[in-house]
Write a protein that binds this ligand. Sequence first.
Ligand code: LHQ
Length: 259
Amino acid sequence: TILTAFADGVLTLTLNRPDKLNSFNEDMHLALRAGFQRAHDDAQVRAVLLTGAGRGFCAGQDLGDRDPRKGGPAPDLGETLDRFYNPNLRLIRSLEKPVVCAVNGVAAGAGANIALACDIVLAAKSAKFIQAFARIGLIPDAGGSWSLTRILGEPRAKALALTAEPLTAEKAAEWGLIWKAVDDGALMDQANALTRSLAAGPTLGLGLTKRLVQAAATNSLDEQLDLERDCQQAAGRSADYAEGVTAFLEKRPARFQGK
Ligand code: LHQ
C-alpha cells in the first residue's frame, strides 16, 4: 500500500492504492507509520518526500471499508483517529527533518489534511483540495480544523469546511495554504530536486528551524526568544555550522553531513 524508496538521503513514500485514489485502509496507515518511524530512527534519512501513485494524491478514508448498508453498530471513528490517523500526524509534525509533499492529484478529506501537515507542499496545477467531510456528515479531521484555521483564518477555513467546495492548487498557493502550484509535468522533478537539496542541507539546523516555526503558533514572543536562543546554541555546536562558515570563507559550496 506504500512504495518506499531511499536515495541521496531522501526517503520517498508513495501512497499506492491508485484504484481507490490512494484512500486509507488500515494497512496503508500502518505502512505510512512505519515509513515515518524509519525517518525518525534512521540518521541516513535527511528528508522525506510524500506523494501518491496514479491520478490522485489521496481521497481520505476508504469509504468502502465501513459500508453502513451492511448493518451493525455505528463505528467508533474517534478510535479510528486515535489508532490510525493521529499517530501519523504526530510523526510528521515531530520529525525534525523536512517533509515535502507532492500533491499529484486530488487530495480529499483526511488526504488533504495530511498533505497540509507536511512542511513544504507542492501541488500539480490540476490537483484540488477538498474538505469532503461535510458531504458525508463528518468533521474535518487529520488536523484540518487546526491547520486550516491557523493558516487561512476563520472565514476561509469555515467556508471550505462547511461547503466542501474544491480549492484549486493555484488558489491554495495564492491563499498561502501550500508553497507552490506547479505544472503537472514538472511536479515530480521539482519535488525531487527540492527534497534532495533539503536532504543535502544542515539537517540539525533545519530540524531546529522546523521546531521553532511550529512552536511560534503557541509561544509568546518571550518564550520564542528563549527557544531561539536554545536552538541557536545547539546549531552553533553542530559540525554543519563549522562547515558552513568554513565553506563561505573558502568561497566554495558547503558539504553538510547533517549533524
Ligand atoms: C474511493 C474513495 C474513497 C473508497 C474515491 N474510498 N473509494 C473518515 C472516516 C473514518 C475515520 C476518520 O476519518 C475519516 C476521514 C475522511 O477522510 S472522511 C472523507 C472521505 N473521503 C471522501 O469523502 C472523498 C470521497 N471521494 C470523492 O469524493 C471523489 O472520489 C473525489 C472527489 C476524491 C475524486 O473524484 P473523481 O476524480 O470523480 O474520482 P471517482 O470518484 O470516480 O473515484 C475513482 C475511484 O476511486 C472510484 O472507484 P471505481 O471503482 O468506481 O472506479 C471511487 O469509488 C474510488 N474512491 N475515493 N474515499
